[in-house]
Design a protein. Structure first.
Length: 208
């Protein structure tokens, strides 16, 4: 990049000189299952971020529903995530069909801690599983079945620094683009206000 000296770190060993060694409690917090505290956090979470990858590239997608929409099986080693109607790009699902590796970050509004799960997943169309997640008699198209390999809480520093929940408590910040604004930027002549109004009207019937 012009004006920026290229001093990229090219070896893992170089990082040791830039950062302090993690505390032992940080190194030892990782589990191979979701424990009681993790189960409680997931039960309270209405929102997660899901990361996948494949030969097509990487994807990081938001997933949200009523708190507890992700279920933890009794052994703590399996998570079930219903995949409800979205934009139908299917980026995450396509990646998982090719590469089962998955990363999840769970958030709870008002809590600065987050909970992380890494593992492997498959996309299921099992009718019993789909029925288990029916809302208003509408089943998800698929259910993502995650086999847990790593699970641990993440420190609250990022959310504390960003003051995320306080920043969002006053409603939508002025000047932040809407879906209609993005559509208008891509397609000149689009009425952004009309786009947003129509989307809000359709959303009520498209959430399940």
């Amino acid at each position: 990049m012009d004006g920026v000296e290229d001093r990229a770190v090219t070896a893992v060993d170089e990082l040791a000189a830039l950062y302090a060694r993690p505390l032992e409690r940080v190194l030892n917090k990782e589990l191979n299952h979701v424990d009681t505290a993790g189960r409680a956090f997931i039960a309270a979470s209405p929102f997660l971020i899901l990361a996948t990858g494949s030969s097509r590239g990487l994807d990081c997608s938001p997933k949200g529903d009523a708190p507890g929409f992700v279920q933890v099986e009794d052994d703590g080693r399996t998570l079930l995530i219903p995949d409800r109607r979205g934009n139908n790009r299917l980026d995450s699902l396509k990646n998982l069909v090719e590469d089962p590796r998955i990363g999840l970050i769970f958030l709870v509004p008002g809590a600065n801690e987050t909970y992380r799960v890494n593992g492997r997943a498959r996309v299921s169309v099992d009718p019993v599983l789909k029925r288990r997640f029916a809302v208003d008699d509408k089943e998800p198209s698929t259910v993502i079945v995650v086999t847990v390999e790593q699970a641990f809480q993440h420190c609250p520093k990022a959310l504390v620094r960003s003051d995320l929940w306080k920043a969002g408590s006053g409603g939508r910040p002025e000047g932040v683009p809407t879906l209609g604004d993005f559509a208008a930027a891509r397609t000149p002549g689009t009425d952004s206000t009309a786009f947003d109004t129509d989307y809000a009207r359709r959303m009520a019937s498209e959430l399940c």
